[in-house]
Design a protein around this ligand. Structure first.
Ligand code: ZN
Length: 101
């Protein structure tokens, strides 16, 4: 006898909302801790948040300007806190203010 995991649309919506909230709050942390470092115009490194150990690499697709990240979250949902943080920081601040290596 097998039990299937079957979420109702309402539960699924709650999960997605929670996922988005997590991304947003992590992105805020990344920005406030200044973890994003510019490599060049099309590549940034995100230093790990406290408790994490792996730095993440963000690469811009020069064809359409979209960013991609090498973390699991991005692979799964095409969105992650690193990408949100980078896009927010590029939008709200002069990118030249991001420290170079
Ligand atoms: Zn990521």
């Amino acid at each position: 006898m097998s039990q299937q995991l079957d979420f109702t649309p309402k539960v699924r919506g709650e999960i997605m909302k929670q996922h988005k909230t997590t991304i947003d709050s992590k992105a805020e942390q990344i920005i406030s801790l200044g973890l994003l470092k510019k490599v060049n115009d099309n590549a940034y490194i995100c230093r790990p948040l406290p408790g994490n150990s792996t730095p993440r690499t963000l690469i811009r697709n020069v064809m359409n300007g979209s960013w991609s990240c090498d973390c699991q979250g991005f692979k799964a949902s095409k969105n992650c806190s690193h990408k949100v943080a980078l896009e927010r920081q590029l939008r709200e601040r002069n990118p030249e203010q991001l420290t170079y290596f």
